[in-house]
Design a protein around this ligand. Structure first.
Ligand SMILES: [Zn+2]
Length: 164
């Protein structure tokens, strides 16, 4: 499942909307999110190879997202969270975000990305603190999809996956 800001225009009859609702039910208003640049994605892949089963919740949807980017036509391509940049094979996101319900056995996460321009100019990537700034950018999007009470319990614990 992928998330882009155009999704806010979808209707409740949309099967995608049903997925979002199931996801919201598991979350009960509380989400966790992982922001990863390409180095961190590689560390997550290593964690998965080393048998970290939780890593699968993040890595599988990231793989799906990248496949979608590689195969998408311009019209179907996912969008940057914070601008109109489309993600295609040659314009991949610089930061990938995976959102999960904050619970013990989360379903696979929802994935989106930030383009290189937004990552650098709006989040200050790669300067220290970029995870926090991305969390600030993405919180209004979370609340737009799941309501004003939606919040992140832990903005980036997932990035520790590959480190420990
Ligand atoms: Zn952007």
């Amino acid at each position: 499942m992928a998330l882009g800001h155009r999704n806010s225009r979808r209707s409740s009859a949309d099967p995608y909307q049903a997925d979002l609702e199931r996801f919201a039910e598991a979350a009960n208003g509380v989400y966790s999110v992982c922001f990863a640049d390409w180095d961190e994605v590689r560390r997550m892949l290593d964690a998965l190879r080393d048998g970290n089963s939780r890593a699968a919740s993040y890595v599988n949807p990231i793989r799906e997202f990248l496949n979608r980017i590689n195969c998408a036509s311009r019209k179907q391509a996912p969008l940057c969270f914070t601008c109109e940049q489309t993600f295609l094979r040659k314009t991949r996101p610089l930061i990938i975000a995976v959102i999960l319900p904050y619970c013990d056995q989360p379903p696979n996460g929802i994935v989106g990305g930030f383009c290189a321009t937004c990552a650098v100019t709006r989040a200050g990537w790669p300067a220290p603190g970029w995870h926090d700034r991305v969390a600030e950018l993405i919180t209004p999007i979370l609340q737009q999809v799941w309501g004003p009470e939606a919040r992140f319990a832990d903005a980036f614990h997932l990035n520790k996956l590959g480190n420990g």
